[in-house]
Design a protein around this ligand. Sequence first.
Ligand code: PBG
Length: 329
Amino acid sequence: MMDNLKRPRRLRKSDAIRELVSETRLSSNDFIFPIFIDDNQNSVTSIPSLPGINRYSVDRLEEICEEVSKQHVLGVALFPSINENKKDSVGSIGLDEKNCLCKAVQYIKKEFPHLIVITDVALDPYSSDGHDGIVENGKIINDKTVDILSEMAVLHAQVGADFVAPSDMMDGRVVRIRESLDKKDFIDTGIISYTAKYASAFYGPFREALNSTPKEGDKKTYQMSPANKREALREALLDEEEGADILMVKPALAYLDIIQSIKENTTLPVAAYHVSGEYAMLKHASKEGLLNYDDALLEVITSIKRAGADIIFTYAALELSHLIQKIKH
Ligand code: PBG
């Protein structure tokens, strides 16, 4: 026998011991569930690129909100799918109180007041150009965009959003949104800032779901380069100074080091967005028999929490909550 006093395997001997020494535990309270809304009536439409995920008309939100509540998921992030013929170059429909996003917020806050409602603030679902900002001569115009986004944030607060989540990556938008909210007395409406949002290939299925792929060009003049980490810290410090309440990193899995680094450098809660492509990868790979979906999902989401995420936006929120309960019993 080896002369070996230290044997780490002692702590891996049984399920109970492994659970006792587990450094990271998932809870349904960690998750935010994204929901796609559309303009139709009485319709639930599946999204082929995101198996298990649907688009809901406002009058069909009840069932999914009930499921969210039942699984003890604390909140939802809402994304509108707008008919092509209602879009224009400045995203006017985004400032119309009668759009499906506003109706959805009102519905959920009335019927499910305990659910946290988070709205996305950016132009892309509403814009005929499919960009997060206003496009003029092929350029994304920062300050004009921020003016519109501030108005959009106030509208979302007016209809009842608990948090607005600017996902546009324009400069200076957090402070302008904070000032605009406060001016209208929405001092309790929080800002979840997409602080380090990367120009990622993993948003593909989301853009298909919302039909929001940019008509021209890419998003690299506003979303960050996957090569950069110190720049993410710079964005985090700015957003914190500007008054953000929660900082978000997006996507999650290819950016675990960014999550960890921001967590070490802020006292604000840190969120991570496990995006559409990350979810779809697991779904499609498991369908091909390449991996076990439940195990791979738990491993990925645990890694995101282990890296430092306090809050995880994920399309798998309901499945995860279910899985976690099953493991406990
Ligand atoms: C747009 C927005 C995007 C996502 C959330 N908000 C797409 C993009 O920036 O092109 C992506 C979410 C996902 O892929 O799940 N402002």
